[in-house]
Ligand binder design. Structure first.
Ligand SMILES: [Zn+2]
Length: 60
């Protein structure tokens, strides 16, 4: 019997599976978005503007 979780990013319902490489996220996009949010928070704490420049380039 499968168990279900909600994506931490978009709250989409998805089946928990060890075959899902993006778990607990629904997709690679949500997984990456969460990481970028985390990185930006770290960057604010560190006060290093060069980190922000690196992520801006990847988002384009
Ligand atoms: Zn999601």
């Amino acid at each position: 019997m499968p168990s279900y979780i909600n994506c931490p990013n978009c709250n989409a319902k998805l089946e928990w599976s060890t075959e899902n490489p993006n778990r607990p996220f629904c997709s690679e996009r949500c997984k990456n978005k969460d990481f970028i949010t985390w990185a930006n928070e770290e960057q604010v704490i560190a006060g290093d503007s060069s980190v922000s420049d690196i992520f801006s380039e990847e988002l384009e």
